[in-house]
Ligand binder design. Structure first.
Ligand code: MOS
Length: 740
């Protein structure tokens, strides 16, 4: 039915510069808190300094006496607010902890909010609120007293029916080579540059919310739910998002409080949460542990694989990362056993963070694969090749799988053949040199999306969809697809995103935006060309002159042709689009469909560890990735590069430390929460491996936003082992872990 996206034979699109680049560098781009600049009054959050207990008393008199203070909200005057159900998908709440007390479930819980004429007065008023607490001893993390555990498959829909293929215990027991190890990943926080902000304006019973969002339709529905009004009375505006990574995909309690305050005070209210508040009023990456077991033949053939995950979550919410769905499919293991245990502690509820669910789970799997290769005396690339298969353990086919092509291209660019397998064998002066590699994998999700495309007789095109550009390049690739389909230059294309007044778009999660929206754009453009009785555009003709549509427009006697189109991916149901308009996204693909749909890659790193100080450096990293049709090689490279840098960050730098005595985050700021700087990233190479796969969708797009940082940490851990002989299983790998 659809023509595949026109693209050169290698399936690589043009490296068009970003459509939103100029607006961003000139400061024209307006983010959530840039709206309503003069009329708004300001809110400041009061957050709990204790992690468990209850508010015994609260005294707001001094705060209210401060000149300029309009109101102080506490549990005493907000308890009638409706609650939005907790959800582990888009379109629900990040947490069920939505009351300002009196019960305290975690450090940093929102327990009050001041509103004043200025930000400074609101902040001062917050400090004047006197609160007394009944304090209980909290449980912070793995090993703390007072934790409770439950089987994730019994607590959360997402973990129902986890992969169990054959009798893995028996296969492992019978295998000549057995391997078993435990791995750990720490708590991590998104820390997008743009803080968590909400500005709410009520007018005539309707509310407009300006807030960075990964899913404006979900947010629209949730706000309506919270205030018991029709969805049609809510508009969410979020044209630009300064980073999100999963932290802005759902309804967070702060939004409800700000919208409530704006209604009660009948004034526009603006909240900009502080950096440290962002650590506790939003979600984060759950702390995890993993027990991996393999049984293998001497030649490297894996006969059994067992992956048990343990994840810390909050007391009330069964959030689960659930990455065994994907670790169970990466290779053909013969037999598979998986299990996930949720560990409830007195923490805020974790959530999606860049490449969930795979990041922690594939880290454990790939680190273990390298250890198994060492045990077998095999090259780790060859171990992957041995267990590479176009079918998974159950016999299900992959729609396409270029894992070993990625390994071969990256290995050759990296110079893997120069590797010495013996730890410590490669040296450069005082530096121990190590090489390591690992697989990257991310499920190809394809969502439902609507879109509106308008073509004017002079060749100007406008595309509208309530999708989101989190810095990923969505504006550009969506515009590029319209330009290619209609045969007009990019300079003629305008794209409008991030507004719930536009046709419904997918949640910007699971790397589906390009695939979902571009397929909808193709449908709308085809409808436009059909109305104009114009043939398809010449492939790749999007830089020259505009096609001459004048004759067709004259024939129709109109100046503008506009088409609305809906794209439904395989697996969608009759009501999928109606549900999307009501804030429930649909994301098919990955392991869920008829075939396994995944983007894949291979990453190779060189590390250098100083012989005496144990300082760790990553002078080189090479990643090769296959993700179907690449719409724009520039934005794709940029996403993969960012992902690999994030991977190095999670390998060597990142961890949110929690004090086990009081369950409070210690480094809740960007000075102490370590991320790499330019000096930490040296030679970084991204290779795009050509791949064609129109099973995944007519345009053949797999999506790659979240692919780049998967596996990186395992590659670094393997390289550190190769350099030093020390296997670090708990991230991050810091120099103290390499001290003899
Ligand atoms: Mo991404 S964590 O799927 O927003």
């Amino acid at each position: 039915m659809n023509r595949a996206a026109p693209a050169p034979l290698d399936n690589m699109g043009r490296p068009e510069p970003r459509l939103d680049g100029r607006a961003k560098v000139t400061g024209e781009a307006r983010y959530g808190s840039d709206f309503v600049l003069n009329d708004a009054v300001h809110a400041f959050l009061i957050t709990s300094p204790i992690a468990k207990g209850r508010i015994a008393s609260i005294d707001t008199r001094a705060a209210k006496r401060l000149p300029g203070v309009l109101e102080v909200f506490t549990h005493e005057n907000t308890r009638d607010l409706e609650e939005v159900p907790f959800s582990t998908g888009g379109g629900g709440a990040t947490t069920s902890i939505q009351q300002m007390g009196p019960e305290i479930y975690h450090d940093g819980q929102i327990i009050g909010m001041t509103v004043a004429d200025t930000y400074e007065v609101a902040q001062e008023a917050a400090a004047l609120v006197k609160i007394e607490y009944e304090v209980e001893q909290p449980s912070a993390t793995f090993g703390s007293p007072g934790l409770t555990q439950e089987d994730a498959s019994k607590a959360n829909e997402r973990a129902k029916g986890l992969p169990q293929f054959g009798d893995a215990d028996a296969a492992i027991a019978a295998a000549p080579v057995k391997f078993e190890a435990e791995y750990g990943t720490p708590t991590e926080h998104h820390n997008p540059i743009e803080l968590f902000t909400t500005t709410a304006v009520w007018r005539d019973g309707e509310v407009t919310v300006y807030e960075p969002s990964q899913f404006v339709y979900g947010q629209k529905h949730n706000v309506a739910q919270k205030f018991g009004i029709d969805d049609a009375r809510v508009r969410i505006v979020s044209p630009y998002v300064g980073g999100a990574f999963g932290s802005k995909a759902q309804f967070s309690p702060r939004t409800g409080f700000v919208v409530h305050a704006a209604r009660v005070l009948n004034r526009p209210v603006k909240l900009v949460a502080t950096r440290d508040q962002g650590f506790t009023v939003q979600t984060y990456r759950a702390e995890t542990r993993h027990k991996i077991r393999f049984g293998a033949e001497q030649d490297g053939t894996i006969k059994g694989f067992s992956h048990e995950g343990f994840e810390v979550t909050s007391r009330p919410d069964p959030y689960t990362v659930a990455g065994v769905e994907d670790s169970a499919r990466l290779y053909n293991y013969g037999t598979v056993k998986t299990h996930i245990t949720l560990v409830h502690a007195d923490r805020n509820t974790p959530g999606f963070m860049r490449s969930p669910p795979v990041v922690p789970y594939i880290y454990a799997l790939e680190n273990a694969m390298d250890e198994l290769a060492v045990e077998l005396g095999m090259d780790p690339v060859e171990l992957r090749r041995k267990n590479d298969s176009m079918k998974d353990t159950t016999g299900k086919d992959w729609s396409s799988r270029a894992l070993m092509q990625c390994y071969d291209e990256a290995a050759s660019a990296f110079g893997w053949s120069r590797r010495e397998a013996t730890p410590g064998a490669m040296r450069d002066g005082d530096w121990l040199v190590g090489f390591g590699c690992a697989s990257a994998v991310y499920p190809t999700h394809v969502g439902a999306s609507a879109v509106r495309v308008r073509l004017e007789s002079d060749g100007r095109v406008t595309v509208q969809v309530a999708a989101h550009d989190l810095g990923t390049g969505a504006y550009t690739v969506i515009g590029q697809m319209a330009a290619e389909q209609l045969g007009v230059p990019m300079s003629h294309v305008a794209v409008e995103l991030g507004d719930s007044a536009f046709p419904a778009g997918p949640v910007a999660g699971g790397s589906n935006t390009t695939a979902s929206c571009c397929n909808a754009v193709i449908k709308a453009c085809e409808a436009i060309l059909a109305r104009l009785a114009a043939g398809p555009a010449t492939p790749g003709n999007n830089t020259g002159v505009t096609r001459d549509f004048e004759e067709a427009f004259q024939r129709l006697g109109v100046g503008v042709v506009e088409e609305y189109a809906e794209y439904l991916p395989p697996g969608a149901k009759a009501d999928t689009m109606a549900k999307l308009y009501r804030g429930t996204p649909f994301l098919g693909g990955g392991s869920k469909g008829e075939k396994l749909m995944y983007a894949l890659g291979a990453e190779f790193v060189e590390v250098r560890v100083h012989r005496l100080t144990r300082e760790i450096r990553v002078p080189r990293i090479v990643g090769a990735f296959a993700a179907g049709h690449i719409v724009n090689t520039r934005t794709a490279r940029s996403q993969l590069m960012g992902g690999m840098i994030w991977g190095i960050s999670s390998a060597l730098h990142e961890a949110t430390e929690i004090d086990p005595r009081n369950a409070r985050y210690v480094n809740d700021n960007l000075a102490d929460y370590l991320v790499p700087v330019n000096a930490d990233i040296r030679d970084l190479q991204v290779i795009l491996v050509p791949e064609r796969d129109t099973f995944v969708n007519p345009a053949g797009i797999k999506g790659l936003g979240e692919l780049g940082n998967v596996g990186t940490a395992a590659a670094v851990a393997s390289a550190v082992y190769n350099a030093t002989g020390v296997r670090v299983r708990d991230l991050p790998i810091r120099l103290e872990k390499l001290m003899a």
